[in-house]
Design a protein around this ligand. Structure first.
Ligand code: GAL
Length: 669
């Protein structure tokens, strides 16, 4: 396996990456020496440098100031700390946007955003792209051969604050994008269904971005604008990546994704092909009652978009963030469990935002590896202890996680689900994804969270929540999967429309009707808070359908609510496999029972573990590494024939105290 970063000359053997965003430009040079010393003390071996340093590196057009960065990189190298070097293109400096106001993003209501925050550039701006590529070329040209350079970091969270722009330059680029896709205006009219509300177009010039309108916009227009905008951002990623690969061919290229949330608009399944290493940023939410489930979901998505490749956790928080309502500080041990959970799910290292807590700027109250209190702090001691843990886990570098279940995310359907004009405004793609994931997590079932374009062949079970926009070829792929022995779980609002968001007629769920063996004549969504009972004792919310059987058999019926008496969950045997249809949002107990049943039928290997004890297995060339993360409040004892890399404990019975972690190495003979 190739390492996810170019290992520096001083490195001996494989190690996991440990470190964070390092912003020396925010500090007097006198502080740097302390940074380097404390980084070494904490076991830091990789830092991300220069993400927001454009204004420092290029103080004026044609003027470059690399002296300070030379000294930073040299200092880091002396301390044997490798660098993930940013192209620094994320935030243009004030002089650039002053000279080219058209770089600044325009909102749907026509307001052009002012300079003064970050990442406010229009993804279609030529002036931005020219300047950014000039900067990236300067950075790459200067540092390609630097001994500390281990990884290129393109931009930062592409599309985080600028996922779409509605300016005239974007409009012009959108027309070209559409012409490429549809060739003629008439094809576009057909695809967008423009005879509705007199929207028929007669020339490309009439196409506009979906700006603020009097009433609902055209859903197909809106969908294409999301696709176009994601492609524009991807164009920036590809342009910078091409340049870096030309100037430094042996240094891997990455950018930080924001999985899973931003998958709602950014086509990460496609973007993953543009990077050598998938990297992800993940932050837990203060009001999430089970943040560790969110961590696992993000990690399984990071592995899933990359097709199972080892990946890197580029950012997470050492404790609180500074952008939520109440920024909850992590509890003792939570940071360690979060970092190790990402690694348990396939990360080749854990990096934080950020190394040293800032004193100025909008993020001055964001946590850091080195907090405002300094090195004499519980936070820094926990950071150093985690660094020591990661050093002990070096043997796992390069090992991978294999999952028998694919939880499918369709970017277009997620984006489309966020719009008005659906049968229910309570449809919630992100929540459904999380609820299905949580059911699998609780059942100790390992899954990859994969794009709908992924190869399905390696999976025994596929779960497709809300795959609303699905074309005939995709329906055929699912049919092939089932007929060849796969178990498909399709949920309500799957397969109802094609990729142009035009409803498939003849009964829902359109393209999947035959495969699922059901036919539905109308949706009967529920009101907020309404619950319906099912014949198996479970319950549903949000949605119901009067399902008619057309080849499937009923596994559970509605016993209350608008679809009472009709099947709620169905099962159809097709070829060597099974196609399930779940026509309501099952409550957690229902999802749990259902997940168990499907897993048993599909003969998915199960890990026997107590509730809230997370277990994942990484497979290396010579050993299996079983991560046991005890999120519960009780100590557990598990049977293991191996040795814990963290404590040196050996089996056959291993105690895992509440909140603690074990990584058991078992040799493969
Ligand atoms: C990320 C971003 C970082 C920092 C962090 C704060 O979205 O990439 O630069 O702002 O959030 O949580």
């Amino acid at each position: 396996m190739e390492s996810v970063w170019r290992r520096p000359a001083w490195a001996q053997g494989d190690v996991l990456a440990y470190g964070g965003d390092y912003c020396p430009e925010q500090w007097p040079e006198a502080v740097w020496a302390e940074d380097f010393r404390l980084m070494e003390e904490a076991g830091v071996n990789l830092v991300t440098v220069g993400v927001f340093a454009w204004a420092r590196l290029q103080p004026a057009p044609g003027r470059w100031d690399f002296g300070w960065l030379d000294r930073v990189l040299d200092g880091l190298a002396e301390h044997r700390i490798a660098v993930c070097l940013a192209t620094a293109t994320a935030s243009p400096p004030p002089w650039l946007t002053a000279a080219h106001p058209e770089i600044q993003l325009v909102r749907a209501d026509g307001v052009r955003l002012s300079h003064g925050s970050r990442q406010g550039w229009c993804p279609s701006s030529a002036a931005y792209k020219d300047a950014a590529l000039e900067l990236a070329e300067q950075v790459a040209g200067r540092y390609a051969g630097h001994p500390a350079l281990a990884l290129w970091h393109i931009s930062n969270e592409l599309g985080c604050h600028n996922p779409v722009c509605y300016c005239d330059e974007s409009a012009a680029r959108f027309r070209v994008w559409l012409e490429d896709r549809y060739e003629t205006v008439e094809n576009l009219n057909l695809a967008w269904g423009t005879d509705f509300w007199s929207q028929r177009l007669s020339a490309w010039e009439e196409v506009l971005p979906p700006r603020t309108t009097s009433y609902f916009g055209n859903p197909a227009h809106l969908n294409d604008y999301v696709r176009f905008s994601s492609d524009e951002l991807r164009g920036q990623l590809q342009a910078e990546a091409a340049l870096l690969r030309q100037l430094a061919p042996d240094v891997p290229v990455t950018t930080n994704f924001m999985l899973p949330g931003r998958w709602r608009s950014l086509d990460y399944g496609a973007w993953a092909a543009d990077v050598d290493v998938v990297a992800n940023d993940h932050y837990t939410l203060s009001d999430d009652p089970r943040p560790h489930v969110a961590v696992a979901l993000a990690a399984d998505a990071s592995r899933g978009v990359g097709g199972g490749r080892p990946w890197l956790l580029m950012e997470h928080a050492a404790s609180a963030v500074s952008w939520q309502k109440a920024n909850r500080a992590k509890t003792p041990g939570e940071m360690r469990r979060n970092s190790l959970a990402h690694i348990a799910h396939g990360a080749e290292g854990a990096l934080f935002f950020q190394w040293r807590a800032a004193v100025a700027g909008a993020e001055r109250y964001h946590s850091a590896m080195l907090p405002h209190a300094g090195a004499d702090s519980d936070q820094f001691r926990a950071v150093a202890a985690l660094g020591a843990d990661l050093a002990k886990l070096a043997p796992i570098a390069g090992s991978t996680v294999a999952a028998p279940i694919g939880l499918v995310v369709d970017r277009d359907s997620w984006a489309a689900s966020l719009r008005p004009t659906l049968p229910s405004a309570f449809l919630d793609y992100g929540a459904a994804l999380r609820e299905w994931y949580e059911a699998l997590w609780d059942a100790h079932l390992t899954c990859d969270v994969i794009p709908s374009t992924a190869d399905f062949n390696s999976y025994k079970v596929l779960v497709t929540p809300h795959w609303q926009l699905l074309d005939a070829a995709e329906a055929q792929r699912l049919r092939d999967f089932v007929e060849q022995g796969g178990h498909l779980v399709a949920t309500y609002f799957t397969g109802v429309a094609d990729r142009c968001d035009q409803v498939v007629t003849g009964g829902y769920p359109g393209a999947l009707r035959d495969l699922l063996g059901v036919r539905v004549e109308e949706f009967r969504p529920l009101l907020e808070g309404q619950e319906v009972k099912l014949s198996d004792g479970t319950a549903g919310r949000l949605w119901t359908e009067p399902v008619k059987l057309a080849g499937a058999t009923a596994a559970a019926f509605y016993v209350s609510g608008p679809s009472a008496g009709f099947p709620a969950v169905t099962r159809a045997e097709r070829g060597a496999g099974v196609a399930w249809y779940v026509s309501t949002q099952l409550n957690p107990a229902g999802l749990g029972e259902f997940a168990d049943r499907v897993a048993d039928e599909a003969a998915v290997p199960r890990i026997d573990a107590p509730a809230d004890v997370e277990i994942t297995v990484r497979r290396g060339a010579e050993a299996l590494y079983t991560f046991v993360i005890n999120h519960s409040a009780e100590a557990v004892a598990l049977k293991f024939d191996g040795v814990d890399l963290l404590t040196g404990d050996t089996g056959p019975v291993m105690a895992v105290p509440a909140g603690d972690v074990r990584v058991v190495e078992q040799a493969l003979r």
